[in-house]
Design a protein around this ligand. Structure first.
Ligand code: NAD
Length: 508
């Protein structure tokens, strides 16, 4: 165990939880688990940080009871009061950006400058949704009778949110804020590898005055506590962010319970560069698309589609840029890319690079592949050329700083290759031809598409996948509709109803 690094992590955590206990946050209290021991590992060294105990099945039941009671309190407040408290939560989070960012940077292995940005985004999410608490109206429906019919948007009740390790801080704010905006209570199950920032966010929003029990965090494994939470009858909806394989298991479990779910899954997004593009900008964009967050990003531009006339030149430009990216210790100010978050992912990335080479791909330039694991889970940005879209390396999500460059000839060709994927999360086109930009953007199947840019998202704009990348939407007003259900209310208005009980025509 690296005592120096462990102390840094513990100090960052104790800013928020002075006892240093790592457990589940239920009804405003940190509770130690009773299950098996889980290790938190330092991604920058590969050494053990700390251990904590899986929540164990009893805590899932306790958390559900707390959430049910919390939802009663929260739902009874006026919409305006909920908005005021969410605004205050945004203020408290803003006041803690630096300590939250430090904790996330050390524990998740993400560059500190990225973490500061993500902490700010989380504060903005609460501020944005604070303005929505009293603005999602129902409708008055012009029914063909003397009746009044109107709709109400009501909370689901208690929602379960299961999140991954790649952006734990961002993802918890992204899902908690719209859920509580609509009057729900939350049971959040972060990745067992990165639970700390979610615990902190739950405690800070409570400091802002949001009642205990409204947001509860269960720390532990998916197959234990995640499944135990899913089976709780109080859970009325599941929002899952993670891998396609787990997403399907969650959807199956939700279907057996007869409850709805949202799936935010992986991708293999096409970043399409035409010969008429501003190549300098496209090159910077292509690097940001795949190498940002060391490629551990669901929307990563992992397939770089380049028009054949500029293929060699442009791919070399991207590789030259990649070689200059500063890889380093996450908390160092000028680090651009940190390590891969965990050993399993590190092995997966390296095995995918080896597979690509076996399939006939070539590493461009002198890109080094992986740094020795003893020095942490670092992988240098890697550009693979001579890739065709049927190779495994072009089809499987690598989720690391590895881009496959695929040539194309015509616009039709580019669209066909882009759409020849089981995924449909994101994509981009780089061209100066405005007509082409619109044509391509309308024909590539993707939940998010960028023109002459990449990776910009905003809390106000919907986000989600097509095909194997999932279904349902997060962010913006679309997230609010996901976190509500519609009630249709009928009122008899006739002085002398034509039908005995006023219910014609009927449905059986
Ligand atoms: P994962 O599927 O392994 O784990 C995600 C979460 O599911 C974790 O909390 C885990 O503990 C839990 N889990 C695992 N098995 C479970 C089970 N049987 N029952 C209940 N819960 C279970 O994913 P990961 O490796 O943590 O994350 C990487 C993946 O997430 C990538 O595929 C990436 O593309 C995807 N992702 C998608 C988005 C998006 O918005 N579309 C965002 C971030 C990450």
């Amino acid at each position: 165990m690296s005592t120096h690094q462990t102390k840094a992590l513990l100090d960052a955590y104790k800013n928020f939880f002075p006892t240093g206990v790592i457990g589940s946050y239920i009804n405003g209290e940190l509770q130690s688990g009773t299950g098996s021991e889980i290790s938190l590992v330092n991604p920058a060294t590969g050494e053990l940080f700390l251990t904590y105990k899986d929540a164990g099945p009893d805590l899932a039941g306790n958390a559900c009871q707390a959430a049910l009671a919390g939802q009663q309190l929260w739902g009874a407040l006026s919409h305006a009061e909920r908005g005021r408290l969410m605004q205050e939560a945004g203020r408290v989070l803003r006041a803690n950006i630096e300590p939250i960012a430090q904790l996330e940077s050390i524990s998740a292995g993400k560059p500190i400058r990225d973490c500061r940005g993500e902490a700010l985004r989380v504060a903005e999410m609460f501020e944005y949704y604070a303005g929505w608490t009293d603005k999602l109206y129902g409708n008055v429906i012009p029914v063909p009778s003397g009746h009044l019919n109107y709709t109400r948007r009501e909370p689901m009740g208690v929602v379960l949110q299961i999140t991954p390790w790649n952006a734990p801080l961002f993802t918890c704010g992204w899902q908690i804020a719209p859920a509580i905006c609509m009057g729900n209570a939350v049971l959040l199950k972060p990745s067992e590898l990165t639970p700390l920032s979610s615990l902190v966010v739950a405690s800070l929003i409570e400091k802002a005055g949001i009642p205990k029990g409204v947001v509860n965090v269960l720390a532990g494994y998916g197959h234990t506590i995640g499944q135990a939470a899913l089976s709780q009858m109080a859970i009325k909806k599941v929002v899952f962010v993670g891998s396609p394989a787990t997403g399907r298991k969650i959807a199956s479990a939700a279907a057996l319970r007869g409850i709805p779910c949202v799936l935010e899954l992986g991708g293999k997004s096409a970043n399409i560069v035409f010969e008429d593009a501003d190549l300098d900008r496209a090159c910077v964009g292509a690097q940001a698309a795949i190498f940002g967050s060391a490629g551990q990003s669901c929307v990563a531009g992992s397939r770089l589609l380049v028009q054949r006339s500029i293929y060699d030149h442009f791919v070399q430009m991207v590789a030259d840029g990649a070689n200059k990216i500063r890889l380093g210790e996450p908390t160092t100010a000028d680090t651009e890319i940190g390590p891969i978050q965990n050993a399993t992912q590190f092995k997966h990335i390296n095995s995918m690079i080896q597979l690509g080479l076996k399939e006939g791909a070539q590493i461009v330039g002198d890109t080094q592949v992986a740094v020795d694991q003893k020095d942490g889970y670092f992988v240098r940005p890697t550009v693979l050329k001579n890739v065709t879209n049927d190779m495994e390396v072009a089809r499987t999500e690598i989720f690391g700083p590895v881009v496959v460059a695929i040539p194309f000839d015509t616009e039709e060709d580019a669209i066909k290759i882009a759409n020849d994927s089981e995924f449909g999360l994101a994509g981009a086109v780089w061209t100066k031809d405005i007509g082409r930009a619109f044509r391509v953007s309308s024909r590539v199947k993707a939940g998010t598409f960028w023109i002459n840019m990449y990776k910009v998202i905003n809390v106000a704009s919907p986000f989600g996948g097509y095909d194997a990348s999932g279904y349902g939407r997060s962010s913006g007003i679309d997230a609010l509709t996901e976190y509500t259900q519609v009630k249709s209310v009928w009122v008899e208005t006739a002085a002398n109803p034509a039908q005995p009980f006023g219910y014609a025509p009927t449905i059986d």
